[in-house]
Design a binder for this molecule. Structure first.
Ligand SMILES: Cc1cc2nc3c(=O)[nH]c(=O)nc-3n(C[C@H](O)[C@H](O)[C@H](O)COP(=O)(O)OP(=O)(O)OC[C@H]3O[C@@H](n4cnc5c(N)ncnc54)[C@H](O)[C@@H]3O)c2cc1C
Length: 349
């Protein structure tokens, strides 16, 4: 059985690795001049680590990443809202996105990877299975589901980067009025960070000025990073299906979500393994993936409403009070509620 994967991001490469593990012949087409990944950090959540383990890549991910066990949620003045000195079993592996992409890339033989190879229509592809892993702006999705809504602006813009450090910090998310920040320390002293702000699309904003009053070391992380990437945050309203004929939509092409739970790339890894486990049964892929990914999509949306989108001082005070009142075990359950996913079994659900 032959599969063609369109898109060589984390989702497309993970699909190629997974399908090859169950015996499919696979090629990957990537429109960019080279296979690569920009961006800053990615937190490999326990659910994503299970997917990577199924692909045979857990050791390599653990070698290149750093397990983070302590952290929590802070207010913009630095007060802890939830402080988790040890989140126990629910370890997050902090990695640079390029390292995760590289682990997947090295697991594939170069002769199946075609760069500078843009796919313009499903019609041009001769395969038993086509994997549309062509990202949030998916051309294949627009062709196959012409009535489905496209990406919409989610009301906030984000900047990301890797500060050279060295720092020794816990993993944290900071919630402030109309903005949020995330800090994901790598094991070598560098720190991946993002800051996001409610704003009109393409607004002319300077993150150094916007986050200057936030707690240490956020202003310094932003100001000391040489290459800062900016993204206006878009998401994709839930689709009625993830499959059409012999095509499976995967990753952001199927369910691009706001980044406030840090699960977007993790969902693409889950999709990839599930697609291989169902071994061409796309109705089952749709049944297994659509409810799960759309639940995480909604959870991310709610995290945004209770986080970055809150601006009223009363609502902020209530939210912060509620966070501080939570017993740590309840807070851990809430923050990791999507991390308990297990690889589905062949034939079962
Ligand atoms: C600010 C921000 C922070 C984030 N933080 C996290 C995080 O901490 N953890 C997490 O899990 N997720 C995070 N995400 C989400 C994550 O980045 C995405 O969910 C993930 O990268 C999606 O991977 P993908 O392979 O589906 O799509 P993409 O990475 O977009 O890859 C699509 C690929 O397809 C190629 N392509 C497109 N069209 C064609 C075509 N017609 N022919 C051939 N090739 C084509 C593109 O060049 C690209 O390489 C974040 C996102 C944002 C915006």
């Amino acid at each position: 059985m032959k599969a063609i994967v369109v898109g060589g991001g984390i989702g497309g490469l993970a699909a190629a690795v997974s399908l090859r593990r169950v015996g499919w012949e696979v090629v990957v087409h990537e429109r960019a001049a080279a296979f690569g990944e920009i961006g800053a950090g990615v937190g490999v959540m326990p659910n994503a680590l299970r997917a990577l383990s199924w692909m045979g890549l857990e050791d390599e991910v653990r070698r290149l990443g750093t397990p983070r066990v302590s952290g929590g949620v802070r207010a913009s003045d630095g007060r802890w809202l939830v402080h988790l000195p040890d989140v126990g079993q629910q370890k997050i592996i902090a990695m640079h996105r390029a390292d995760l992409h590289g682990v997947l890339l090295r697991a594939l033989p170069p002769e199946i990877l075609f760069n500078d190879s843009e796919v313009t229509s499903v019609e041009e592809l001769d395969a038993d299975l086509v994997v549309a892993a062509d990202g949030i702006g998916s051309r294949l999705r627009a062709e196959l589901l012409p009535g489905a809504p496209g990406p919409v602006y989610a009301g906030a813009t984000a900047w990301r980067g890797v500060a050279p450090g060295p720092y020794d910090l816990p993993i944290t998310q900071t919630l402030g009025p109309g903005g949020e920040a995330g800090v994901l320390p790598l094991g070598d002293g560098r720190v991946c960070w993002y800051v996001a702000r409610v704003a009109p699309a393409a607004a002319d904003l300077d993150p150094v000025a916007l986050f200057a009053g936030w707690h240490d070391p956020i202003p310094e992380l932003v100001a000391s990073t040489p290459d800062v990437i900016r993204h206006d945050i878009h998401h994709l309203p839930p689709l009625p299906t993830f499959v059409s004929g012999r095509v499976a939509l995967l990753g952001d092409a199927a369910h691009a979500m706001v980044p406030y739970l840090g699960q977007g790339a993790c969902m693409a890894l889950e999709d990839a393994v599930t697609l291989a486990v169902v071994d061409g049964d796309l109705a089952r892929y749709d049944a297994l993936r659509r409810s799960r990914a759309q639940a995480v999509w909604r959870g991310s949306r709610i995290a945004g409403r209770l986080g970055i989108e809150l601006t009223s001082p009363v609502a902020l005070a209530l939210r912060n009070f509620a966070f501080r009142a939570l017993p740590p075990s309840v807070a851990v359950r809430g923050m990791t509620r999507f991390a308990s996913w297990e690889v589905p079994t062949a034939g079962g659900r």
